[in-house]
Design a protein around this ligand. Structure first.
Ligand code: IPE
Ligand code: IPE
Ligand code: MG
Length: 253
């Protein structure tokens, strides 16, 4: 019997991905297709998010980063912006206790300036309440833009220079450690729903060697099955990081 067949099924470490990011897109089109207001699409999107978060740990995922509101989404009509802000209240009120109990640490990525004061306070409370958890990291990008985050990281380094804390020119680690995602596992997979194939200013630096999977499903229809499908696609990819494919070991004569 080989060591392989002796291993109990499911005992192998999962083949990844550890860190998955999702651009949750298509709420508006989902609502439109049903003759419903866009707000209903966004509300259903929150249900899809809850399903997806619950399914992630069973697939071996340790960190999930989702795009909730971009720095460019402020350009939407004021009533839609206010609907989207309101979802933070609804989501935190309805899911925080469960997240806390499930060992999830919640971290919100993005600039706090510009957010309504009560939303900023809700975010801070939720982060503090789950800060001790380490079983799973949930990062919600809200008022987030990849470019803004890179600018903030560069500015932080510049401030350290001005304060005399360093004289080193900015390097790769200064950026990585200065981003909102600092400390999270390297990004393995970015999923975008709804059929659009672009990053829309999401995780620009972190995306460097992430695999991209585009799924045709609209976000409110997303859930465990779709996530598993994306993970299986990821597991078939060969990640080369600019190197060469791993060749099978030669058998010597
Ligand atoms: C994604 O759905 C949610 C946010 C951008 C906040 P959209 O609202 O972008 O839905 P579509 O792309 O118009 O269908
Ligand atoms: C990206 O979706 C932002 C979020 C999912 C929060 P958008 O719908 O705003 O992106 P574009 O405008 O189609 O690029
Ligand atoms: Mg969209």
């Amino acid at each position: 019997m080989t060591a392989d067949s002796a291993a109990p099924s499911g005992s192998r470490p999962p083949a990844g991905p550890r860190h998955v990011a999702i651009i949750m897109d298509g709420n508006g089109r989902w609502a439109k297709a049903r003759g419903l207001p866009r707000a209903v699409g966004h509300r259903e999107g929150v249900q899809a998010l809850k399903r997806t978060i619950q399914a992630a740990p069973d697939l071996g995922i340790q960190c999930l980063t989702v795009f909730g509101f971009s720095t460019e989404n402020w350009s939407r009509p004021p009533d839609e912006v206010s609907d989207l802000m309101g979802l933070v209240r609804t989501y935190v009120a309805s899911d925080l206790a469960r997240l806390e109990k499930a060992g999830v640490r919640l971290r919100v990525l993005g600039r706090r300036e510009g957010l309504p004061a009560d939303i900023a306070a809700i975010i801070e409370r939720a982060e503090a309440q789950t800060a001790h958890n380490d079983r799973f990291l949930l990062q919600v990008a809200f008022n987030y833009g990849g470019r803004a985050d890179l600018i903030d990281a560069a500015r932080r380094h510049m401030q350290r220079m001005l304060a005399g804390e360093t004289i080193e020119p900015i390097g790769e680690a200064d950026i990585t450690d200065g981003l909102a995602t600092a400390g999270s596992p390297p990004l393995d997979l970015i999923i975008r729903t709804s059929g659009e194939q672009r990053l829309s200013n999401f995780l620009l630096w972190e995306a460097a060697y992430a695999e991209l999977v585009f799924q045709d499903v609209l976000w409110p229809d997303y859930g465990p099955k779709a996530l598993e499908e994306a993970v299986l696609i990821f597991r078939q990819r060969e990640r080369r990081y600019g190197g060469r494919a791993v060749e099978p070991a030669r058998v010597s004569a």
